[in-house]
Design a protein around this ligand. Structure first.
Ligand SMILES: Nc1ncnc2c1ncn2[C@@H]1O[C@H](COP(=O)(O)OP(=O)(O)O)[C@@H](O)[C@H]1O
Ligand SMILES: [Mg+2]
Length: 611
């Protein structure tokens, strides 16, 4: 009893998911209605196909009296005229059915692709919106798979699920209805065939597919043995293992042969089973039908229609038997996509978050779109403060413990400490890539969680140890934060970052395209482009995470020189590992195991270190 309820519950969940997946096609409802109409017309045309022959047999070749509607087609009992008309009708029917079916398929594919596009757009937006925590937890490969391959499930669900189901059901129902109208007992025979056919398709078909999968696996085993053997060639020869390897291989090819043979055997059995069912049906209909013809209850033409319909039963039944598997596979794909769409943001903006108003002229326009009860804006100057901040990526595993310090507007603070002590984590808390577990990060005395996320992040420029470049031109990379920047502004930023000279030497200067890996640029050059980007963003707060540690001496000097320029007048947190860096800052914080162990001027900290 309980089990039954659980199954029903699962069923309901699955149904809901399918409906939700199909809701991506809701905007196309009018087009779907057109598909339905085309479908109906094309099925109607294909059901009419056997009728001209029936009419010819009955009324042209045979001598059945013509019904009045036929006499309209070819007046005066002119049999040749009637024949011509019916031949033309056959032509029109076949052509029309082909055209209708093509139009219906094209439209279905178009709607399917449109749904696919909608899903992909939604997934992309979600992935952009989700926090760093989500992305660090997920595997990139898995996300890419979900965004590219799993999204196809929506298209499959529509085309191979919904449309196929409709086609199969409509053809089946219409066919059986016409049969019933023509002759009850023959229609019953045909109806009786349906479960028999379904049974054969299900039972033999499943065996056939299972054997196919097994044969496939055995074949790929053979291939991988070949591959392993080639790559370990030297090893095998040096250990004189050829004999053994050969035996393994021979065994595997035998397995592959047996499996393939078994698959083909079941394929033949499948078709044998289907043929037997059809043979039984055709024999029964011929026997019963001919007797009805002899008794004058059925015309020969009508009997021909029956036999033709009988042969047409296979396609819709075969389609129906596959819809279940298709829908459940596609359903699993849609679930993986929904998991992305339903992941919630860890970092959420509070309702009525406070905007940041710049006291500088060139910080975008953070206070845009002020709503009715406008929250009090915060004037941005760059006073940053950590107030007993504790944080851990996982509960009970603190990475930062009671970290307290403050940096006044325009001041710089170097953060040093052993690797793994939490320096990067500390920086990540400022733009709210993560939120503190306890305590608070404050900007101008206001908890960053009360600020508009967009404004907060607009006021921060971030430079990481590994320079990040996006596919695009050099200029686009520099202007990443401000796509509307003028060429003069871009050049000025590059100048300040010591990047202008090498950019001019590139094949197309600022318009040189650089790829994801930016293979043509050295690490130092890439880092200088990142600095140029930060210069152009011109944000009052600067977060630098070991910006020079990956560089050689020459590049480090170039980058350091421009960093010093960039830091001027900006509140700066710089994670540093070289003493030269920390001599130029106002204060130094030493982090160990997530705790602040020292905080003071460079002289004080260095003195203690030495002492
Ligand atoms: N996304 C994450 N999930 C779980 N643990 C993390 C994550 N990032 C860093 N850590 C852990 O937090 C600690 C501090 O890391 P981090 O801030 O990168 O140190 P640092 O920058 O000082 O080398 C390390 O023990 C690290 O393993
Ligand atoms: Mg780090």
């Amino acid at each position: 009893m309980l089990d039954f309820r659980r199954i029903k519950g699962q069923h309901r969940v699955r149904m809901k998911r399918l409906l939700r997946a199909l809701s991506f096609f809701r905007d196309d409802t009018p087009r779907i209605v057109v598909v339905g109409v085309l479908l109906l017309a094309s099925i109607g045309a294909s059901l009419l196909k056997p009728w001209p022959l029936a009419l010819i047999v009955d009324h042209v070749i045979g001598s059945k009296p013509q019904p009045s509607w036929l006499r309209h087609l070819a007046p005066g009992e002119n049999k040749v005229a009637l024949l011509t008309t019916l031949a033309i009708f056959t032509l029109a029917l076949h052509f029309g059915q082909g055209a209708l079916s093509a139009a219906q398929n094209f439209l279905s594919i178009k709607i399917g692709l449109q749904g696919l596009r909608r899903v992909r757009n939604a997934v992309f937006c979600s992935l952009q919106r989700l926090s760093l925590r989500f992305h660090q937890k997920s595997q990139t490969g898995d996300l890419i798979y979900r965004a590219s391959w799993d999204t196809y499930s929506f298209q499959t669900l529509f085309q191979q699920g919904l449309i196929s189901l409709l086609t199969a059901l409509l053809s089946l129902v219409l066919m059986l209805a016409i049969m019933w109208k023509l002759n009850h007992s023959l229609a019953l025979v045909a109806t009786g065939l349906v479960p028999l056919l379904l049974f054969s398709i299900k039972v033999f078909g499943k065996r056939m597919r299972d054997r196919g999968v097994a044969a496939q696996q055995a074949d790929s085993q053979v291939l991988s043995l070949v591959e392993q053997n080639i790559s370990a060639h030297q090893l095998i020869q040096s250990y004189t293992r050829e004999q053994m390897e050969e035996e393994t291989f021979l065994k595997q090819t035998e397995v592959a042969q047996t499996k393939r043979l078994s698959q083909h055997g079941w394929e033949l059995l499948y078709w044998l089973g289907i043929s037997v069912v059809f043979a039984v049906g055709t024999a029964a209909i011929l026997w019963l039908g001919s007797r009805q013809v002899m008794e004058g209850k059925l015309t020969i033409g009508e009997l021909l229609v029956f036999v033709a319909y009988l042969a047409q039963l296979y396609d819709p039944l075969n389609q129906l038997s596959h819809v279940g598997a298709t829908v459940s596979t596609a359903g699993a794909g849609t679930q993986r996509v929904f998991e992305i769409l339903d992941s919630c943001e860890n970092v959420k903006e509070v309702p009525n978050a406070r905007p940041l108003l710049s006291n500088r002229a060139n910080l975008g326009n953070p206070a845009s779109g002020v709503e009715a009860p406008a929250p009090r804006p915060v004037i941005l100057e760059g006073n940053l403060e950590f107030n007993s901040v504790s944080f851990g990526y996982e509960p009970n595993k603190p990475v930062l413990r009671e970290v307290t310090f403050s940096v006044r507007s325009g001041e710089s603070l170097a953060i040093i400490g052993p690797s793994g002590s939490g320096k990067t984590t500390l920086l990540n808390l400022v733009p709210r890539f993560f939120d503190v577990t306890s305590g608070s990060v404050r900007l101008e005395g206001v908890d960053v969680r009360e600020l508009r996320v967009k404004d907060l992040r607009a006021s921060i420029a971030l430079v990481l140890q590994e320079p990040v470049l996006v596919p695009g031109t050099v200029a686009e990379n520099i202007a990443f934060a401000r796509p509307d920047a003028s060429q003069e502004q871009i050049t000025a930023a590059a100048h300040s970052a010591n990047a202008h000279d090498f950019v001019l030497k590139l094949p197309q200067g600022y318009n040189t395209p650089i790829g994801e890996g930016a293979a043509m640029l050295s690490l130092g050059e890439r880092q200088r482009l990142n600095l140029a980007r930060a210069f152009l963003k011109d944000a009052p707060i600067l977060l630098l995470d070991e910006p020079t540690s990956a560089l050689d001496d020459e590049n480090e000097n170039l980058v350091m020189a421009s960093l010093t320029r960039l830091m001027k007048g900006r509140t700066t947190l710089i994670v540093a590992h070289r003493l030269t860096t920390i001599e130029n800052v106002h204060r130094v914080l030493v982090l160990q195991d997530g705790r602040v162990v020292r905080l003071g001027t460079p002289e004080e900290v260095l003195a203690k270190r030495l002492g």
